[in-house]
Design a protein around this ligand. Structure first.
Ligand code: SF4
Length: 191
């Protein structure tokens, strides 16, 4: 799995270099967490989920237990139809997994200060580059899935799903009900 995670980081780096000139015009400031609270669903691929799990695995046990509870709470709130902030957003508006945050976070910036009436405004070239990057991430994770961060991490917590995924197999029938009810997408069908 490590070579794939290395490749994932190369894809992130390529997007960063390709769009740096545009993103240097961002109005974003440290401590702004609009994108982590109000800018839509934080969707990730399974491979990104594996990288995040590895990062979480290096945290103290009490924090890991706290994250599990937060993810469960987040899923319950979402299922009750509530808009939830990202489960990794801390009280001081910092990101708990910043070094390994997924592409859904890396691609967003804004040319103006955001609020509910003015969502993030991005340069068209960055949007196009982000779309190509998403396709590359899905190709890299061809035996994987995409969906909201809480659900993908929950799937990876299932020993059966994890074993299938790490073996390089794709058995959507194993997660059919879970996938349908939580809008999990099979990457093979997307690309
Ligand atoms: S992973 Fe981090 S950067 Fe991304 S939405 Fe969550 S808190 Fe924000």
């Amino acid at each position: 799995m490590q070579p794939k995670i290395d490749e994932l980081k190369k894809i992130y780096d390529a997007f960063d270099s390709e769009t740096a000139a545009y993103r240097s015009e961002a109005a974003c400031t440290k401590g702004c967490a609009f994108c982590c609270t109000d800018a839509g669903s934080i969707d990730i691929t399974t491979l990104e989920g594996v990288a995040i799990r590895e990062h979480i695995g290096q945290m103290p046990g009490s924090r890991q237990a706290g994250i599990k509870k937060t993810l469960m709470r987040d899923m319950k709130k979402r299922e009750a139809g509530r808009i939830t902030p990202c489960p990794f957003l801390m009280k001081n508006n910092a990101c708990m997994i910043y070094p390994i945050r997924p592409f859904a976070c890396r691609r967003v910036y804004s040319l103006h200060n955001c609020n509910k009436q003015n969502p993030p405004l991005l340069n068209r070239h960055v949007v196009e580059s982000a779309q190509k990057t998403i396709e590359a991430l899905q190709r890299l994770d061809a035996n994987g899935y995409s969906g909201h961060i809480s659900y993908i991490l929950q799937m990876l917590d299932s020993p059966r799903f994890l074993a299938t995924y790490l073996a390089g197999d794709l058995k959507p029938e194993e997660i059919m009900d879970f996938g349908k009810s939580h809008r999990i997408i099979i990457n093979k069908m997307v690309v």
